[in-house]
Design a protein around this ligand. Sequence first.
Ligand code: BES
Ligand code: ZN
Length: 517
Amino acid sequence: MNNKIFNLLILLVLISTNLFSQEEITVKEIDGHIKHLASDQLKGRKPGTPEGKLSAEYIANDFKKSGLKLIAKKGFQYFNIITKVEYGKNNKLKLNKINYQLKKDFVPLSFSANKKLNKEVIFVGYGFDIKTDKLKWNDYENIDVKGKIVMVLRGDPEINKRQSVFIPYSNNRAKLLTAKDKGAIAVLFVSGNQIDSKDKLLKIGKSRSNSRADIAAIHIKRNIADEILKKTKKNILELEKSINKDKKAQSFSTKTKIKFTTDVNYKEAKTQNVVAILEGSDMNLKNEYIVIGAHYDHLGMGGHGSGSRRPDTLAVHNGADDNASGVASILELAEKLSKEKTHKRSVVFIAFGAEEMGLLGSKFFVKSKLIDTKKIKAMLNFDMVGRFDSKTRNIVISGTGSGKEIEDLLKSKNTSNFSLSFSKEGYGPSDHASFYAEDIPVIYFSTGAHDDYHTPKDDLEFINIDGQKELTNFSYTILVDVINRDKNLTFQEAGPKKKSKYGRGLKVTWHNTQCNF
Ligand code: BES
Ligand code: ZN
């Protein structure tokens, strides 16, 4: 065969494989999406920043290129977030005729309400009201705090134990909610020796839950606490010792009034979800919607209050796995579904903003009624799908109890020998939780947590792109089934619908005790 004919043959083979291959989910494209979204240039896709907006634009463009219709405002659904918390000019504290100084003697907590008060202080130990099988401890039992200010010790008697029954009750916000439930109008937090022998004041930080409390909260130093306790001839370190020893309530009125003003300002910024739709082909079923989602935001440059697990290192948190990977998967799913036109129901693709700040984008979406939530019949979430382990072939799938048919469906489509780890709970640390709370069946795909999670080392080089492609192809078969099945998945309850009022709920990360929330 001469060279020319050989080359021609090769060319023909190449053209025909290209024409007939139906590959829409490709390693090259997944790699390209993650490379772009997790690049240093996009600075960790922080909500409310120009780079956050550029990330959203990249996603909207790709949806459009794949033939989806951009909805809301050209694909962007805007909402406000709190980006910065600052002390105002009007923070004052006066006690026994002494004026104390902001940042030297006291600080309001980031989530404090802004109030001006002059009221009696009641000491309520650790400020617990715990009623569990294992533990009963009520610091409010024999004392009336209605309309009064309470003073509480930070932390709990077992602060140095990694595993402790007190953990869900020991953070500031949980204690504040308890105090408010009991009718108190403000909380003064003070550090005992165990939690902080140096008695440093908490740093101002942004709370990821994005909401201000209804009552005032101040962190005071021990010298102020002792001044408050003066008439009772007690001091805070002795009280800490005796409570830790007896492990029970020791609450009393200090018979002392304190006067203060709290002034904490929140700065807001605009961010957005990216929303696009593929209309269903079936006359009737097209009025029902299946949501495919992945959050695109991440922690920016990190820092205290960002959710970073290295809060002292300011560096780009690229978030290749969390969650450029999930976005890459849904962009590929959108492209394939659009080309193959196998969608009886309508499919809404959403890249959520501000997930890292407390699922804010998905919460906003479900409340916005851009799509009537009653017509949303299922939600599939992709968050951290980039660290597939080719040896174990494990995929973690959560929410499997939220729809009667889900586990059987997943098993029946598992023709590639994946090891599927099911977790039934509909609530979890990502955007599907916002849909489960509205009684919508959810399926959440992930390759699980790892050491680089929420650190600047969550980079592209550790992503298993081939593995992610396999996972995405598998999820496509689930997607096609959910979109086209005759009867929708049957919703069923699978665990709580919300984070518990107390403590850390189901958060994966846990915050440093020196952060001000
Ligand atoms: N991608 C994570 C959730 C996650 C963690 C999935 C580990 C799989 C393994 C998500 O972005 C996240 O960081 N969630 C927060 C909670 C959320 C309510 C702010 C978390 O886990 O702390
Ligand atoms: Zn995260």
